[in-house]
Structure formats: structure tokens, C-alpha cells
Design a protein around this ligand. Sequence first.
Ligand code: F6P
Length: 538
Amino acid sequence: MLPAINPTTTRSWAELQVLAKESSFTIQNLFEHDPNRVNKFSFDFESTYFDFSKNSVSDDILNALFNLAHECELPQAIDALFSGEKINQTENRAVLHTELRKLSESTQYSKLVANELEKMKKASDRLNSGQWKGYSGKQITDIVNIGIGGSDLGPKMVTNALRPYWGSIKPHFISNVDAQQLVEELDELNPETTLFIIASKTFTTQETMTNAESAKAWFLSEGGSETDIAKHFVAVSTNKDAVNAFGIDSENMFEFWDWVGGRYSLWSSIGLITACTIGYPNFEQLLLGAEEMDIHFRNSAFEKNIPVIAALIGIWYNNFLRYESLAILPYDHRLRHLPSYLQQADMESNGKSVDRLGKNVTYQTGPIIWGEPGTNGQHAFYQLIHQGTKIIPCEFLMVANPAHPYQDHHDKLLSNFLAQPEALLKGKSKEEVESELKESNGLNLNIVPFKIFEGNRPSTSILVDNLTPFNLGSLIAFYEHKIFTQGIVWNIFSFDQWGVELGKQLAKPILSDIQKKEMGTHDASTAGLMKRSQDMRK
Ligand code: F6P
């Protein structure tokens, strides 16, 4: 059982409230008063460097936050997580994605996990060596992952992040029930050389099953036969019966288990497309990188624990400074899907308003996660980050060594990655603006206020030497543990997702009304939209 401590009743919470009220420092002041700040607030993890020094936290604040984590019994919660207690209480399930990457230790789950990994390895080897042939004898060249949410975002983010590791197989992802995506992907594919992975934990998700049926129909109409399906369709699921009912033999099913949450499943056979695209040894490196972060999270004192520090800084912003969102800004094209992956990981986990005793919380929980790769975002929404009325804590990510030969591009990218957090920190004063205008002989006093940057806007910078599978594994596990830590302090259940149910439930009778051309009973606005859409479709 997880502890169920209302964080607002702790001594540290009260102390943090006072600190929030009374603190009048700027981040720049903190640097001026402590020449050792960068060393104190930055951490090396293998070949990744985490710099938290440009955040609005002093030593006092951080100490109070560490006390808060202790008062909320985070150490006990970490033990409960790793020991397989059923901490997903509302679904009566353990939360054991860490078992999927516990390669260096033998546990009761090791055999199960090893069996599936062995199957994934075989599939990946057969595909990459050209032994997996389609119905006409040609080798498979393209794999399509049909899945949504955790059965799409994780594998899509990781597979694209590791593009330099791709072999001969090209990956594709279909998630949306909007068939436009299906049509656009199928247009590029040849049924003779395509393998479909139907990835769904439940194997009942509307979007995935609709896309899977349409892909099967396409395959059959383009030359494949029922008996050829075995060569062109595999399933990844926890639901054997539904897989068989779809027409996929258990032989072609890759399993995982109810103790793996959908948004934490990229390490399981849901990562099949990743393993097949980057090759199994690289997939194993991804797992090893995550395991290393698990060990760090489990064993490090909070003062040195990177996911815990990141989580607590987020709590300071969210609950005491009332900053409502967090921007994820990867300065790397390969990490372009990281913001949307983290949206699900974080917002589906911690977007809750009922605590672990079933009571409404009286404080803020999960932040709004958003972002775009740098430098694109700079030319879109950074205006608001620099000069808007809202303070947006930013997480900047950068890979020191690119996988391409264009050093000039990379120098420019790196200069922007360094400049943006510096600009947010320092800002530009009235005096600086005036003197700049004077120098350019264009002193127009009317324009001065518009060119001032307040500065003192917080950010974290994460710098990794190379985007290897190992480093990526560590980075993702870092985020998972950060999310877990915040959920514990907020006293919520981070591993269920009841909030996605109502929309799904309401869509069912509406779908039936649409198909029967009936109106059903709805609020006036929905009824109006229904009528309009039916009229327009005529
Ligand atoms: O709708 C939310 C959700 O249940 C996610 O949590 C999950 O990742 C996604 O749907 C897909 O579910 P499945 O893998 O069962 O198709």
C-alpha cells in the first residue's frame, strides 16, 4: 500500500509556503551570492549532464523540498514500487515496468521477460537478415505499428530518436482513427513486403482495432490471402483471446502483462517495432540505460537523486509559485516526439484531482506539458516565454555530438541551446535597452518598454554527449521516476487513467446514432452540432 499523506498537512509544506511568500531573490542573485551554485545544482549521470542551477530555488527551498519528500514517505513509496506491491490500487495492479529492464538481476519476472525478449530478438534478427519473407517470397522491408497512446507514442518517440541506428527496415506508425493517416501510409506500402504490428494492451481500443481491420482488408484486397496473414500480421498484447479472434495465431503474438502500464510499456514487446528497426542489441542497450537510472533512483540520497530533484523543483513551481505548465524543448530533431510522449507520460499519470483516500485535492497536481523542438519553437512561442505574463519553466535538451556531418549547423544549434536559457535568466534591463538604442543612433524612447526583458525566468538544461540507445533509456527512465515522485508527493494514483473513459463511453451511442442517422438525446449544443454535421454530410 502506498502512504496516503496529504502534503498540505506536513511541516515542510507550511515552511515552503512561507519561503514562497518571503523569498525575494532573483536567480541571478543566487548565482552572485554563491560562486559554487553550478557545481551544487548540476549532476553527471553516465554521459548526461543535468544543470538545475538556473531554477528559482535556493538551498533553503531545496532542503524544505527534500523534507517534504520524506514527510510524504517517498522512500517507502519507492520500495513499494520496486518490490511489486499493487500500488496501482484502483486497478488492483502492481507497477513493474522496471522489471522489464532489470537485466542484471534475477527476479520472479526474469524468465517471463527473457522469453519475450528472446522472441523479439528472433523477430528482429529474421527481419534484418532478410529471412522474414512475405507471401510472394520477397523480404519484408517495412513495418507498420498500429497502436495509440502508450502503444504508439513511446515506440514512435524512441524509434525516431534512434534513427542513426536504423538497419534495412523502415518503420511506420498509424494511430489516429482518422483514416487519412492510414491512407497516406498505405499509399507508400507494398503488401508483399509489409509487416503489420497490431499493438494494443487491451486489444479492444477503438482506434487500433478499426485501423487493424482496415489494414487487413487492404492487405487482402491488394493480393494477400487469409493464409498469408500469418506472415504479415503480428500482435503485441496482454489479451490472447482478442488477438486470436482478430485472426492472429498465438504463435505470432508477443505478450506483456497487466503490471506494465500502457504509457510505461515501450520497454516491453510494445517496443517490438523499435527492436526490429534498430536491431535487438541496440534495444538491449536502451533497457540497460533505463536500468542504470532505476538503480540511481532507488539507491541515491535525495540530495543527489536526479529524478527526485527535478520532481521537487517542479512541485515548488506548481504548488508554491503557481507556474502551471512546463515546456519541453529538445534541441535535436531526433527528439521531436519527446514532448508528445511526455504529454501522455506526465498528464495521463498526474492529471488527477482526487487523492489516495478518494477525497478531492485542495492543491494543484500535474502541470500542463507542451513543447516543440528548438530552434523551431523560438520562431513561434518563445515570445511568450520571454516576455509574456506567465512564467513557463523550460527544460532544454541538447546532444553534444550530432549524427550528421554538418558541423556548422550544429554549432548554430548549440549556440541557440545555450543562448535561450541565458536570455531567460539574465533578461535585458531598461538601461541596457537605452544604451543599445543610443549606440545604434536610434534612441526612440517610446520603444524602450517593449524591448525590456525581465529575465529571472527558470530553466533546466540537459546535455548528453551522444544520443545512444543507452543514454536515451536513462533519459526516459529519468522522466518516469520524476513523474512517479511527483505523484507520490501529490498523494494521487499515477498509474490509472479513469479520466479517459467518459469521452469513450459517450462516443458509443453517438456513433450508433450517426450510423442510424438518428439524433439521440444531447445537450443543445451537441444536438446542434450533430444536426449540422448530418446535414453537411448529405
Ligand atoms: O485511452 C487511454 C489509453 O488507455 C492509454 O492509457 C493507453 O496507452 C491507450 O489508451 C492505448 O491502449 P491499448 O494499448 O490498450 O490499445
